[in-house]
Design a protein around this ligand. Structure first.
Ligand code: XIL
Length: 349
């Protein structure tokens, strides 16, 4: 009788231990697939650019909410979509995006008002200073007032420099002149006192190049003149075979830190010249790892945002002929080994 009871007790203990192990493994397994938990814990803004359709397919929406904690609209907040004509405002896609983000406790990054590209026809054909100022002010004020307190950071102006460091020719430059940048930032600050205001560009990440230095000098002068600006964006559209120039990148990040400004990696992708080979993937992994390591090590780098998550709807092949496979998920929405490498880095930090 006694022997029977103790066998029963041992069996019970074994059974509950096994159950506990299975339970722990399932939670552990879940955590292991989810980069966002680690990013949240480390207070790293780890995000991605999305399209309206992403929120319409439940499996894509779930993937986004599982893996990222900040979202940016890949296109819908650009003039072309936001305000296709002077009287029509296309809020619905933006509302849907912001509601989705809030529901899943994600932040939103705004992108972008003042740019030379993807403008609506009426913006491209502005030809007086007065009309251009009116459109600039109305668009920024209307949008930031509508979403006051709900957008974490905003690329107020985008890609305003040429490679040689001069200000790019654009409708804003032609009609208003170089002070359009100051005016855009001042207008944004008046409309929303808490949103972080960024100046965003590409090929501005390495100190010592004409463009990066001109970009830095303008931002420094804005700070000195009291123009409201909180940070800068380095887009970081990189090529796998070009190793990241760490020293020049870090020097650049630190000089913005000295100005009291944050740096966001705003549009990260590392493209491969097709076809993909294991060697090229290794180069790509090295580039992503270096960027993420630097982002986590430099105290004023606040966000690491990917320009797309799946190769299926990548902007890369259409823009850079012959290149592809730039993202963390394949064209079937499955995480690549690269995804796990980056997750391990965030987890270990
Ligand atoms: C790109 C989008 O990804 C494409 O879908 C669109 O056709 C063109 O614009 N720098 C930027 C982004 O600031 O807005 C661009 O996005 C990519 C380069």
């Amino acid at each position: 009788m006694k022997a029977k009871k103790s066998i029963l007790r041992i069996t019970k203990i074994l059974f509950s231990t096994a159950l506990a192990i299975v339970f722990a493994l399932s939670i552990f397994g879940c955590v292991e697939k989810n980069i966002r938990r680690y990013a949240d814990a480390k207070k790293l803004d780890f995000g991605v650019a999305v399209r309206p359709s992403d929120m319409l397919y439940p499996e894509r929406a779930e993937l986004l909410a599982d893996h990222f904690n900040i979202l940016v609209a890949e296109n819908t907040m650009k003039m072309q979509y936001l305000r296709p004509n002077p009287t029509f405002w296309n809020w619905s896609d933006i509302d849907q995006l912001i509601n989705f983000a809030e529901e899943h406790k994600m932040k939103i990054k705004g992108h972008t008002f003042i740019w030379h590209s993807q403008n609506s026809g009426f913006v491209s054909s502005l030809n007086t200073r007065e009309d251009a100022l009116k459109v600039l002010r109305e668009t920024i004020t209307e949008t930031l007032t509508r979403y006051k307190g709900r957008i974490a950071e905003y690329d107020i102006c985008n890609e305003i420099f040429e490679e040689n460091g001069t200000l790019r020719d654009s409708v804003w430059m032609r009609t208003i002149g170089p002070e359009y940048v100051d005016i855009a930032f001042q207008t944004a600050r008046e409309a929303d006192p808490s949103v972080k205001l960024l100046l965003n560009d590409y090929n501005n990440e390495y100190a010592g190049t004409a463009k990066a230095d001109a970009f830095y000098n303008l931002v420094k002068s804005m700070v000195e003149r009291g123009i409201p600006i909180d940070g800068v964006g380095f887009q970081m559209h990189m090529i796998a075979k070009d190793p990241i120039k760490e020293a020049a990148l870090i020097a650049n990040i630190r000089r913005f830190n000295d100005l009291g400004l944050t740096v966001s990696f705003t549009e990260v992708d590392v493209r491969i010249q097709m076809p993909v080979t294991p060697e090229k993937e290794a180069e790509q992994e090295a580039a992503y790892k270096t960027l993420l390591r630097i982002a986590m090590e430099e105290p004023n780098v606040k966000s690491f945002i990917l320009w797309g998550y799946t190769d299926l709807q990548s902007w890369i092949p259409a823009t850079f002929g012959g290149y592809g496979s730039a993202h963390l998920f394949d064209d079937k929405f499955q995480p690549k080994p690269l995804y796990y490498t980056l997750m391990d880095m965030i987890k270990a930090k």
